[in-house]
Design a protein around this ligand. Structure first.
Ligand code: VGL
Ligand code: ZN
Length: 198
């Protein structure tokens, strides 16, 4: 049995002082580093958006951050511009043990599609390639940590469960945005999908 740790979006912009700061986002860096040696593989994801990305409120005239707009693929929350390709906010938190990672997977780089999940973009069709990577490496169990629990961690966990993987979310090593009850809704969806909330 191969057990992978998937660390979601531990980037400057999601930590205090960043463009889309998650409260206490920086508090989970040390615990995540400490658990890395316990796994057979460590994978990091990196939110990675072009400046003209369709998930940024600034690219929708008249819209404000946290508004919802219809996209071709369904409703999409608009965010403050964050994790722009090549800018410092897209860097990993400076204390994250990046050298331990065997794969760094970037997501959200297509202008017209956001990607919360590390597996499938928000159109729910476009694959990131992570499913194939895990399959080729014989991974059967994944544990998830990182930011944000109610968006990218939850969507990744649910997609991992749908692939037939055994999935655990390490809640103490996550922090949430909690937009209009999104945390409780995400917890419910994860449980319904068969994800273990540890
Ligand atoms: C995320 C909103 C927009 C996340 C990424 O990492 O949870 N949330 N982009
Ligand atoms: Zn994003």
């Amino acid at each position: 049995m191969t057990h992978a740790l998937i660390v979601i979006d531990m980037q400057r912009d999601f930590c205090p002082g960043g463009a889309l700061a998650v409260p206490e986002g920086d508090r989970i860096v040390a615990p995540i580093n400490a658990m890395m040696p316990d796994y057979d593989a460590v994978i990091l994801t990196q939110d990675w958006h072009p400046a003209d990305h369709s998930s940024f409120a600034v690219n929708h005239p008249g819209a404000r951050p946290y508004d919802q707009v219809p996209m071709d693929y369904g409703p999409q929350v608009l965010w403050p511009a964050h994790c722009v390709i090549g800018r410092p906010g897209a860097d990993f938190h400076p204390d994250l043990a990046v050298d331990r990672a065997e794969l760094i997977l970037r997501k959200g780089f297509r202008r017209g599609i956001d990607s919360y999940s590390a597996f499938r973009e928000n159109d729910r069709r476009t694959q990131t390639g992570l499913a194939g990577y895990l399959r080729d490496r014989g991974v059967t169990r994944v544990s998830l940590a990182g930011l944000a629990l109610d968006f990218c961690v939850a969507w990744s966990a649910i997609d991992a469960a749908a692939l037939g993987l055994e999935v655990r979310v390490l809640q103490d090593a996550c922090r949430a945005i909690d937009l209009d009850g999104s945390l409780e809704a995400a917890r419910r969806s994860m449980r319904d999908a068969g994800v273990t909330l540890a």
